[in-house]
Design a protein around this ligand. Sequence first.
Ligand code: DAH
Length: 347
Amino acid sequence: MKQQLETIEKKAREALAEVRESAELEALRVKFLGKKGELTAVLKKMGSLSPEERPQMGQLANQIRAHIEQEIETRKTELAAAALDMKLTAEAIDVTMPPKTVPIGHKHPMSIVLDEMKEIFIGMGYDVVDGPEVELESYNFTKLNTPAGHPARDRQDTFYTTEDDSVLLRTQTSPMQIRVMESRKPPIRIISPGRVYRKDEVDATHSPMFHQMEGLVIDKGITMADLKGALTQMVKLLYGEDSVVRFRPHHFPFTEPSCEVDVRCFKCCGEGEIEGHTCSTCHGEGWIEILGAGMVHPWVLEGCGIDPNEYSGFAFGCGVERMTMNRFAINDLRLIFENDTRFLEQF
Ligand code: DAH
């Protein structure tokens, strides 16, 4: 019996050493020490022992029970400590580790400039209006005093979408002048930015899709002085108080008189050359053209039901890419459309 008891202790110790989870401990306690356990089974046979042996075996059995119980307690503490250890390691925070940076996007240079231009004109009381990119030929050309046969309507330059050329991708934002004059009564003060399309090959200064911003002011007594005032103000707010503008006579079918507006070249400061070399930004001109403008042609006003004897107005249209390139000294239009983050991150 002594041997049996010792075998139980040995088996119990071995089993306990194997345990990896505290839940298994209770099962082993039942297996060895429980009412139907191995130790109890041996003790049940005590009756067959001699009176001398009985207390000895009883004592031994109690010792073994105490050992096993103690071992169970020890293992329980060990397993709990190991579990805590694992948890702490798994959840450890290395405060010296560099943080993961979340890349935050920002405005495209075109959006920066467009927002600045909107801000400037909103400040002068203009509304911002949106218009269709797929436009009727009549709005893009005829109502802008550009009749059939006019070279601006050339199929080589314009994306017509119907066989009869009545629908097209607008080649300018100027049709918005007509849409606004037909739908609003003067006084009118609007700007209308958006995409325009021309059959251009892509190079450093051309793209088949680009952006324009149209402006239109109609009221009683509007003169060329108002045009010059508004556009000079725009240039100074956008490019700085010390920038210099020049108004040059030009021709557009829908304005009379018409002009183009130049800013003095920011690169060569109007010199046309830098250290004996022709300035690459203005090509030696000393000036950079930024927009077309003029007094709205009386025929155009009349066509929209506005009496040219009562009202007058001015209009302008500028290239947003051109404005952006000047604003940030960008030398190639393609950079604006390529979306190379190495370029975009610089703004
Ligand atoms: N639409 C013209 C262009 O694309 C620019 C322009 C010139 C707009 C004169 C105007 C204007 O409103 O009055 O070249």
